[in-house]
Design a protein around this ligand. Structure first.
Ligand code: 1BN
Ligand code: ZN
Length: 353
């Protein structure tokens, strides 16, 4: 294996080291003087001293280069670690099915973190009859203040969303670490990054944490599940133009990251995600799956919001909807990749006319 860089490759470094060693050996046998006086009166270092300097240079390059490599290899993922800490804090509040006390506590935590980063939050409360009786749901919406008196008067060009509830599974303590506390943790980190380093982008976004994505029965049906996203889509005022794109994050922080976009993702959004993944050196983790998926993006798509669901390949996950979807299922590296790709996607889509 050879390492190459501008004006440098590992072969030339080895050649340099070999010639330096040879020079030193020769000097030892031939008793060469340290300085040489030239006929024109100039004084220069002898080949033996030059060989030693060469060897010290080679060693210095190896030590410094090796140190840099080690440092880069041991870098903690910047966004991933912060998102993982946010996710851990959400999980510490316990299972959070819609209508539970824990779900109220999670919403409070999300709101506190968002407001601390400069976002203005509004709850969207509604009630529905479910198999569990009448349940009170609450979506959490956020807009970046950005020095404006009322950010809710601004048009939102893009939506970024995730579901904040965990599935109620009888007789099991189901935490839903990747389904979908990790997406909420990632959104908090994205909210912080947008506010602190990309305020012009932040001002064009709305963040939404949907309540009640999970069905109370086994599977999502036309009447059970997607409560928050259905309500959000149906409540959008007819006289306000819809965002030109929406990105839904769901199961984006698991170990051995595998993301599969639904097969019916609109072309522009699919291309944006795949191009962003390639740009971030994460192409191998992102692909388009073989089927459409029913998730929180579905009611929005039907209501005319162009949406992409950046979702883990649940068909391959033995842990999906089991107690194994706990904190140990998560990876800071995976979160970091998903966050970098999402930030890249938002940058691309917000640039488009
Ligand atoms: C996502 C997380 N979903 C449920 N928990 C929605 C979904 C439904 C995903 C069916 C795949 C298939
Ligand atoms: Zn689920």
């Amino acid at each position: 294996m050879t390492f190459r860089g501008p004006g440098f490759n590992s072969e030339s470094l080895l050649n340099l080291a070999a010639s330096a060693i040879q020079g030193i050996k020769r000097a030892q046998f031939e008793r060469v003087p340290k300085m040489v006086l030239f006929t024109d009166g100039g004084l220069a270092q002898s080949p033996a001293v030059q060989a030693r300097i060469k060897l010290i240079g080679v060693c210095a390059v190896l030590v410094i280069g090796g140190g840099c490599w080690w440092w880069m290899a041991h870098q903690v993922p910047r966004y991933g670690q912060a998102a993982l800490a946010q996710t851990e804090a959400i999980l510490a509040l316990g299972p959070r099915p819609a209508g539970s006390e824990a779900s109220q506590a999670v919403r409070q935590r999300l709101r506190g973190q968002l407001e601390a980063a400069g976002w203005v939050c509004v709850g969207q409360v509604f009630e529905r009859g479910t198999a569990q009786g009448e349940v009170k749901f609450e979506n959490l919406r956020a807009r970046f203040a950005g020095g404006d008196s009322d950010p809710w008067q601004r048009a939102a060009k893009g939506l970024l969303c995730a579901h904040m509830d965990s599935k109620a599974i009888k007789q099991e303590r189901f935490l839903g670490a990747d389904d979908s506390a990790s997406a909420c943790g990632a959104m908090l980190e994205i909210a912080r990054v947008l506010a602190s380093s990309r305020p012009q982008q932040a001002k064009q976004m709305e963040l939404v944490f949907f309540d009640g994505e999970e069905a109370f029965g086994k599977d999502i049906t036309a009447f059970d599940g997607l409560y928050g996203s259905r309500h959000y889509a149906n409540s959008w005022p007819t006289n306000v133009s819809k965002p030109s794109f929406g990105v839904l994050l769901d199961m984006i922080g698991h170990k051995d990251l595998a993301i599969r976009l639904p097969s019916d993702t609109p072309d522009v959004l699919r291309e944006a995600v795949l191009a962003a993944a390639a740009k971030q050196g994460a192409g191998k983790y992102f692909a388009v799956g073989p089927i459409p998926i029913t998730d929180d993006h579905t009611p929005l798509t039907r209501a005319g919001f162009p949406m992409v669901d950046i979702i883990g390949d649940f068909t391959q996950f033995s842990w999906w909807h089991t107690p194994a979807d706990n904190f140990r299922n998560l990876s800071a590296d995976s979160l970091d990749i998903s966050i970098r790709v999402t930030l890249d996607v938002l940058g691309r889509l917000l640039k488009q006319p």
